[in-house]
Ligand binder design. Structure first.
Ligand code: SF4
Length: 287
């Protein structure tokens, strides 16, 4: 801290000036952009539409895109601070190569790529092509994911390629395929605004997905049931909170299925209704 700041002579007034933005009114002068670039927030999978305000080639501000079908102009705190991460200190901006003494030294991209290729080839010469595996991230967009897949399979020549999208979603994928026949959640964000009853199991959308929570709150006729051992913010806004014991969610769901399908109504036309579901649900009868 400078002496002027210590003595209170430097009030940093230049940092706290404001200007009038034609779209939103008063804003900090630091956030005034000379152009806005539309993109998608990459922090979580909700996929909010976001405009990045750029001044002199530097991101200085963000705004939600007003007519975007997901967030309709709103952003959560993570999205609202997205421009800070672009220029944050400590980001990996250039390649570093570990030296023989253990320290990391900056190298050119050409050197980094050549070193990586040489070392990958060396490993594959010694242990075979399949000795290298690659794990990617859910933060890649579809086109990047595709390009990386091609690089791994055709360039590096290994089939050991996976991403956290598979690792963390594999149980959900198995459930979707078993229940609905395809890998994809059957619901849509718009359902939250019109459904009569919304059952949330272990999901704390008030804190983890605030934009979806906001859309749920647009539904005036909702009845929200939250199943969660924790008294989360979402549980606090529920009409019914079921604080079940940890790991008893499967028993609860099977019990609900059992109540729904037993006894089978005579009106059901299917010859063997719920033939595969009944055996797994019946041990959880609440009776
Ligand atoms: S909910 Fe927040 S983090 Fe997720 S996409 Fe929207 S703004 Fe980004």
């Amino acid at each position: 801290m400078s002496v002027k700041r210590l003595l209170g002579l430097d009030t940093r007034a230049d940092r706290y000036t404001y200007e009038v933005d034609p779209a939103v009114g008063y804003v900090s002068s630091q956030k005034v952009a000379d152009q806005w670039v539309a993109t998608t927030c990459g922090y979580c999978s909700v996929g909010c539409g976001i405009s990045i305000g750029v001044r002199n080639g530097r991101a200085v501000s963000v705004r939600g895109i007003p007519d975007h079908p997901v967030n309709r102009g709103l952003l959560c705190p993570k999205g609202l601070s997205e421009h800070h991460t672009i220029h944050a200190t400590g980001r990996a901006r250039y390649p570093l190569l570990r030296q023989s003494n253990g320290s990391m030294a900056r190298v050119s991209w050409d050197d980094a790529l050549a070193t990586m290729a040489t070392r990958c080839r060396d490993i594959q010469d010694r242990y075979g092509r399949e000795s290298i595996g690659v794990i990617s991230t859910g933060q890649l967009v579809t086109e990047e994911f595709y390009a990386l897949g091609k690089l791994v399979q055709l360039g590096i020549g290994t089939r050991h390629y996976d991403g956290n999208t598979t690792l963390c979603m594999s149980t959900a994928v198995a459930g979707y395929k078993r229940s609905f026949g395809s890998d994809g959640p059957p619901g849509a964000y718009a359902d939250l605004e019109v459904a009569d009853v919304i059952l949330l199991i272990g999901a704390n959308i008030a804190e983890n997905h605030p934009i979806l929570c906001w859309r749920l709150q647009q539904n005036p006729n909702r009845t929200v049931i939250v199943v969660d051992p924790r008294v989360t913010k979402t549980a606090m806004m529920a009409d019914v909170h079921l604080p079940i014991r940890p790991r008893s969610d499967l028993a609860l769901i099977n019990g609900l299925i059992h109540v729904a399908i037993e006894p089978p109504p005579a009106s059901r036309r299917c010859a063997t209704p719920f033939a595969t579901t009944r055996p797994s649900a019946s041990p959880s009868s609440p009776a």
